[in-house]
Write a protein that binds this ligand. Structure first.
Ligand SMILES: Cc1cc2nc3c(=O)[nH]c(=O)nc-3n(C[C@H](O)[C@H](O)[C@H](O)COP(=O)(O)OP(=O)(O)OC[C@H]3O[C@@H](n4cnc5c(N)ncnc54)[C@H](O)[C@@H]3O)c2cc1C
Length: 434
């Protein structure tokens, strides 16, 4: 089954609050016939559009192909949290890679957040980037461990944006009875992801990029130039960028070996009005320390946007809402009985190490995927460094490619069942509170 169509209809955005609160642009035409370009990019999400924009600004002729619409994928339907660092603590990176390499990665991740802020201001002010992401912890041990991490970031990297919250301070901010303390990172933030990705698409087109929608890539014939084939057209290009993230498995086995698709789900309540302050005291986003992370914030019209459920098979569960709402009301009993107006899911790519898989899959084909729930900022960075590599400055691309993300064990037949088993085990531990 093709993951591009398993849960969605061709060219249709999901029925999310993001779509309901955005003026969608008219559909762009598909690719018909033959064209040539310096660079052909497969996928019009944050990764592909960031690469396209940077390449066009450097003078390259760029074609972007998307099977559905620009912003259709994870980029247009995620939790909108622009997190700091990687999905692995700096201390772990230092142990694994050494202090110098970990510091280089921290600097790149900081640049990734800066780029999001700058892009929002320039191309998508309606995405309303807002500073502040809190992290909630379920016991004292966790809270102490994360507080040590925050102190380490301040001492080693000069990152002084994180405030430690004791249980009372956390409860003043995030009104769940379940948290035993937290952190507030004012260097992180949140935004409306669909408006942001559509802003990137507009900026790319203004810089000369040609975007074709409803243009699924079925095959890439390697060579110089490479030939990228869709149902009704083909592009010959000196360089190709694979930016299809969790949807790519069918056409890119080397990416699929390292990047496993999983699904995450979000619901949006009815507008809460004054009740919103009884859930979150400030306009911040929150993520917590569960393995299947709960992530949430208020929308601009004071709906509670709550994400916190995953699934590991290709198809979404038949009933997304019941388990998701149960998690929400477990954390916030005051929301029991609140009407749910929107529920949607999306597919993202994760890796074994939770670090992104940036790789050269052929001499003139690069790929950036597997941001493991940390892609709102890092995918844009991946697009930028892939653009740099094509322009002949591969230093930062090599830094990220050097993370050497391993293949998932089990080969193509068994890796999905093995991952499902492992993830289900950790999700069960979450539920049991161990
Ligand atoms: C529900 C959810 C919540 C999330 N929350 C957060 C969060 O709060 N913070 C965070 O940092 N990250 C979060 N993420 C992850 C983040 O959204 C992704 O890491 C990021 O959007 C990846 O961007 P991308 O451009 O690589 O992929 P995508 O946005 O998925 O784009 C890939 C595009 O490629 C196209 N495509 C794929 N294959 C083909 C093909 N063969 N031919 C043509 N086109 C193709 C698809 O149609 C799609 O439009 C979340 C993800 C989900 C699903």
């Amino acid at each position: 089954m093709n993951p591009l169509y398993r849960n969605d209809r061709p060219g249709q955005f999901p029925k999310s609050w993001y779509v309901a609160s955005t003026d969608l642009p008219p559909e762009r035409p598909p690719l018909y016939g033959h064209t040539a370009a310096d660079v052909c990019i497969v996928g019009a999400g944050f990764t592909g559009l960031s690469a396209a924009l940077h390449l066009a600004q450097k003078g390259f002729d760029v074609v972007v192909l998307d099977a559905h619409r620009a912003g259709f994928g994870a980029s247009g339907r995620n939790g909108g949290q622009v997190g700091s660092g990687f999905n692995v603590s700096q201390g772990t990176l230092e142990k694994k890679l050494g202090k110098g390499a970990a510091a280089a990665l921290w600097a790149l991740a900081e640049e990734a957040k800066d780029d999001v802020r700058r892009n929002c201001a320039a191309y998508a002010p309606d995405a309303r980037y807002t500073p502040g992401v809190a992290h909630g912890f379920y016991n004292r041990k966790e809270a102490q461990s994360y507080a040590r991490d925050a102190a380490h970031l301040a001492a080693t990297y000069g990152y002084d944006q994180i405030e430690t919250l004791d249980p009372d301070a956390m409860h003043d901010l995030v009104k769940s009875p379940l948290y035993h303390g937290g952190l507030l990172d004012m260097g992180a933030g949140h935004l409306h992801p669909l408006r942001y990705v559509l802003g990137l698409a507009r900026a790319a087109e203004a810089a000369g990029v040609r975007i074709f929608e409803r243009s699924e890539v079925h095959h890439i014939a390697h060579g110089d130039p490479a030939e990228v084939r869709t149902g009704q057209g083909r592009v010959n290009a000196a360089h190709v960028i694979l930016a299809g993230n969790g949807y790519l498995p069918n056409i890119a086995p080397k990416v699929a070996a390292k990047v496993m698709p999983i699904n995450s789900f979000i619901c949006a309540t009815e507008p809460l009005g004054d009740r919103a302050a009884a859930v979150l005291a400030r306009d911040i986003a929150v993520a917590d320390s569960k393995f299947v992370v709960n992530y949430y914030r208020m929308s601009e019209d004071k709906r509670f946007l709550f994400g916190g459920r995953e699934s590991y098979s290709m198809g979404f569960p038949h009933d997304i809402s019941t388990a998701l709402v149960a998690r929400m009301t477990h954390l916030f009993p005051q929301l029991k009985g609140t009407r749910i107006d929107y529920v949607w899911g999306g597919t993202l790519g994760i890796t074994m190490t939770r670090l992104p898989a940036i790789q050269r899959v052929a001499p003139n084909i690069v790929s950036g995927a597997g941001f493991s729930g940390h892609g709102v900022a890092l995918s844009g960075l991946a697009g930028k460094v892939m653009a740099e590599a094509i322009a002949g400055q591969a230093g930062r691309f090599d830094t990220l490619a050097g993370l050497q993300v391993p293949n998932f064990p089990g080969g193509s037949a068994f890796r999905a069942p093995l991952l499902t088993l492992a993830m289900t085990w950790y999700a069960l531990r979450d539920r049991l509170g161990v």
